[in-house]
Design a protein around this ligand. Structure first.
Ligand code: PGA
Length: 237
């Protein structure tokens, strides 16, 4: 893993956007893996401001909540549409996220996995990290062999994401997420972590033992991973 230490979150986001842009413009038919969450907000703002043409690209997002329709305000479909796709002058040729409101989420997960494979695989996968070390919604204990599937969210993940839901609104407890094996098949990955809340997970990723209890440590066996950190996320290194 290559570790890139940045003085602040803005510069860290710009460095992640630089790698995405390189992948976007460096291939005739780029396939980009996208992520959601608070960490990615400045990355997408930065990418939009660059004004690049995304029309040759395919994109696949890591995950979506089970039970949310694509137009639900807290769905990842809505997040991506609002913060990236609708802002681009020339949007991607196709953008895929798992359908959260599919009548058969298990089947939807299988179809999504097959679609990634049929598209030739992901060139660069953007990743955040959970406080508990999750990548995508692969919570602690997720098998290294896992593929896109329905997963149950831990209480700590639900708590961390509660801010995206209205007061009293029912927060989903399941998601469809790419698996660890799916993510590791990306030709390259960039993991971005900013803020003190991620310092412990990052210390474990970089220096601690690899293990299923910290899913991000699976990335250590991948030959092309860049971990981009601001000073706070790197504080315990
Ligand atoms: P966050 O989520 O960017 O909102 O912290 C990251 C993640 O859970 O992977």
């Amino acid at each position: 893993m290559e570790i890139l230490l940045c003085p602040d979150a803005q510069i860290a986001a710009r460095s992640a956007a630089d790698l995405m842009t390189e992948a976007l413009l460096g291939a005739t038919a780029p396939c980009l893996g996208l992520a959601t969450g608070g960490t990615m907000l400045p990355v997408y703002a930065d990418l939009v401001a660059r004004g690049d043409d995304w029309s040759a690209a395919l994109t696949f997002n890591l995950d979506e909540y089970v039970g949310l329709s694509s137009d639900h305000p807290a769905s990842y479909h809505t997040y991506m549409d609002k913060l990236l796709f609708r802002q681009l002058a020339r949007r991607p040729r196709a953008s895929y996220l798992p359908r959260g409101d599919s009548p058969d989420p298990g089947q939807e997960a299988d179809t999504y996995e097959a679609l990634i494979a049929r598209s030739g695989g992901i060139d660069l996968q953007l990743l955040g990290i959970g406080r508990n070390g999750h990548i995508g919604f692969n919570e602690p204990g997720s098998p290294l062999s896992s593929r896109t599937r329905v997963v149950t969210l831990t209480d700590s993940t639900k708590e961390a994401n509660a801010r995206f839901f209205g007061p009293g609104e029912n927060q989903p407890s399941e998601a469809i997420s790419m698996g660890i094996a799916t993510i590791l098949e990306a030709r390259a990955c960039v993991l971005l972590a900013t803020g003190m809340a991620k310092a412990q997970a990052i210390a474990r990723l970089v220096n601690g033992p690899a293990g299923l209890d910290c899913p991000a440590t699976a990335l250590r066996d991948h030959g092309a991973v860049t971990v981009i950190l601001d000073a706070e996320a790197a504080a315990l290194l």
